[in-house]
Design a binder for this molecule. Structure first.
Ligand SMILES: C[S@@+](CC[C@H](N)C(=O)[O-])C[C@H]1O[C@@H](n2cnc3c(N)ncnc32)[C@H](O)[C@@H]1O
Length: 271
């Protein structure tokens, strides 16, 4: 309901100062919003904690080109991570002309050498049950409407990320990752490292489908090089933070590389 109201306010059709009037005038739109527009978010600040993970996989694998596969990317804003600029204690990464600059709090610093890694990006593919097309204004409005209306900084990041994505949108496949991932991994290219990842997605899957996803990764990794990044439960504080883990095939060695805030506000790098 608040997302629906926010969409009305953002498009100039209602005001937060007269919600009563909006509820009366737009009852039909709001009823439809509640019934048919499930909450959709795409948190671009997460790129600030993901970038060191991508660079770590580039460093460990020695590949200088990465093909990206995001599971549950929503609008795909995080598939554009190399187009943003990043600030860390040890230095900066990304183009000075980037429309979006991301910063956060480092609880344990990332090493400066990691920021020397400059992998090129080949492909960008996402698989989502209901991808949001932010190349049109309706999709952009939908995504903005689900940011709390007083979080101006978050809305600003979102707008800048949308503008960046519109320059060269990623490929978004509409479907279930348990079904689609094996086919996407089968189309990997020689000469570049495919890196798949998920943030805030696997938790929505039934156990059986989550196992199918892990099985698809294992099977593909047994066949050709593959990287994997996952933000998941943290053993030391399961309520308040993520553990960031990477895997690299051949071998599929797993390692915990950091802890982070769920929305990417802070990072503790431990690799
Ligand atoms: C909370 S959003 C996270 C979006 C993005 N990963 C991020 O971190 O900003 C979860 C996304 O996962 C997608 N999703 C959930 N279950 C899925 C499934 N089984 N297959 C594909 N996408 C799924 C949803 O449609 C939604 O876009």
């Amino acid at each position: 309901m608040l997302g629906g109201l926010h969409a009305l306010v953002l498009s100039g059709r209602a005001s937060w100062y007269d919600v009563g009037a909006a509820l009366e005038e737009h009852a039909g739109f709001l009823a439809e919003a509640v019934a048919e527009r499930p909450v959709q978010t795409n948190e671009v600040q997460r790129c600030w904690v993901l970038l060191p993970c991508f660079l770590e996989l580039a460093r460990r694998s020695g590949y200088d080109e990465l093909d990206l596969v995001e599971l549950g990317p929503s609008a795909g804003l995080n598939l554009m991570w190399d187009r943003y600029r990043y600030v860390y204690g040890a230095g900066e990464w990304g183009s000075a002309d980037a429309a979006l600059e991301l910063r956060g709090a480092e609880r344990r610093a990332i090493p400066g050498e990691l920021l020397q890694e400059r992998p090129r990006i080949g492909r960008r593919v996402g698989i989502d049950l209901s991808p949001v097309d932010v190349t049109n204004d309706e999709g952009a409005l939908l995504l903005k409407s689900f940011v709390w209306a007083d979080q101006r900084d978050r809305l600003d990041l979102l707008e800048r990320a949308i503008a960046t994505l519109r320059e060269e949108p990623p490929e978004l496949i509409s479907g279930d990752i348990a079904e689609e991932l094996p086919g996407v991994l089968a189309r990997r290219r020689d000469g570049s490292l495919t890196v798949a990842w998920q943030t805030a997605v696997l938790g929505y899957l039934p156990d059986e489908d989550r196992e199918r996803v892990y099985g698809a990764l294992e099977e593909a990794g047994a066949d050709a090089p593959l990287g994997w990044i996952s933000a998941g439960g943290s053993a030391r504080d399961p309520q308040d933070e993520w553990g960031l883990r990477v895997r690299l095939w051949p071998g599929g060695e797993r390692s915990l590389v950091g802890y982070s805030d769920y929305h990417g506000a802070w990072l503790e790098w431990v690799a």
